[in-house]
Design a protein around this ligand. Structure first.
Ligand code: PEP
Length: 253
């Protein structure tokens, strides 16, 4: 399975800065890197059109992702963006259920599930984020919480959706804190997620891409990527600097 390295730029960079970031990233990577790893960036909505244009004009092998979407096809939802609007911009994947949206914008598993279905229905890949809080981990509930999120966020999907689905395990306590899960914790939870998906969909879940996210950097990425059930990384802070993100992408160097 080709590893997937996705940079989540969050609410950073104007569209002019974003163009420079993607150009620099492109120059730091070569065709061998792109043969080996799928590289995707998720800029803010305001940069999607500019980056789409650059990617297509320069034939960059960098995928374009969005950070959020509304589940309805259209209507009176001021400030929101539909899946069809994103698909028309050649956005290939959409992050749904990031812990910042769950915590700050009251997105629960039901909302995440509706968003994932809308993304899939528009022919894009849904990157569904799950992860426990520090309190949940310290009280020994991490696996139950994550399995519960996986089951509820993916409810109603089938094995046919696996090629268009990514699950990102992002422990909340590791996001933006500089405190990454160790390879064993990251790999162990990825295995739990795969087992949970296997129980829902059968052996085809072996092909599900599972990412780890949470303070990934060039120094810790190789250990995490060595884990059998980890197929890539969702990278926040370290994706904002093209040099650093290129080093994360080239995790085997
Ligand atoms: C994220 O926001 O998805 C993330 C993993 O952030 P960071 O790498 O900064 O912890």
């Amino acid at each position: 399975m080709k590893p997937l390295m996705m940079g989540n730029w969050k609410m950073n960079a104007t569209h002019l800065e974003a163009i420079q970031m993607v150009q620099k990233l492109h120059y730091r990577l070569d065709s061998d890197d792109f043969d080996r790893v799928e590289v995707v960036v998720a800029p803010p909505f305001t940069s999607l059109r500019s980056i789409q244009t650059i990617i297509e004009a320069d034939r960059m092998r960098i995928g374009l992702a969005a950070q959020n979407v509304h589940w309805s096809p259209a209507g009176a939802f001021t400030g929101e963006v539909s899946a069809a609007m994103l698909a028309k911009l050649n956005v290939s994947s959409v992050i749904v259920g990031h812990s910042e949206r769950r915590a700050q914008f009251a997105e629960d598993d039901e909302v995440v599930n509706k968003k994932a279905k809308a993304v899939l229905a528009s022919g894009m890949t849904a990157v569904v984020c799950v992860g426990e809080t520090l309190d949940e981990r310290e009280s020994g509930r991490a696996e139950d919480v994550v399995v519960g999120q996986v089951r509820a966020s993916l409810r109603g999907l089938s094995s046919d959706d696996i090629p268009h689905l990514v699950v990102a395990y992002e422990p909340v306590w590791a996001i933006g804190t500089g405190r990454s899960a160790g390879p064993d914790d990251a790999g162990g939870m990825a295995t739990v997620i795969r087992q949970s998906c296997t129980s829902m969909w059968g052996a085809g879940a072996a092909q599900l891409r599972i990412l780890y996210g949470g303070s990934v950097n060039p120094g810790n990425v190789a250990g995490i990527m060595a884990k059998r059930d980890v197929n890539g990384a969702l990278v926040g802070g370290a994706s904002l600097d093209p040099d650093t993100f290129a080093s994360v992408v080239r995790y085997w160097v």
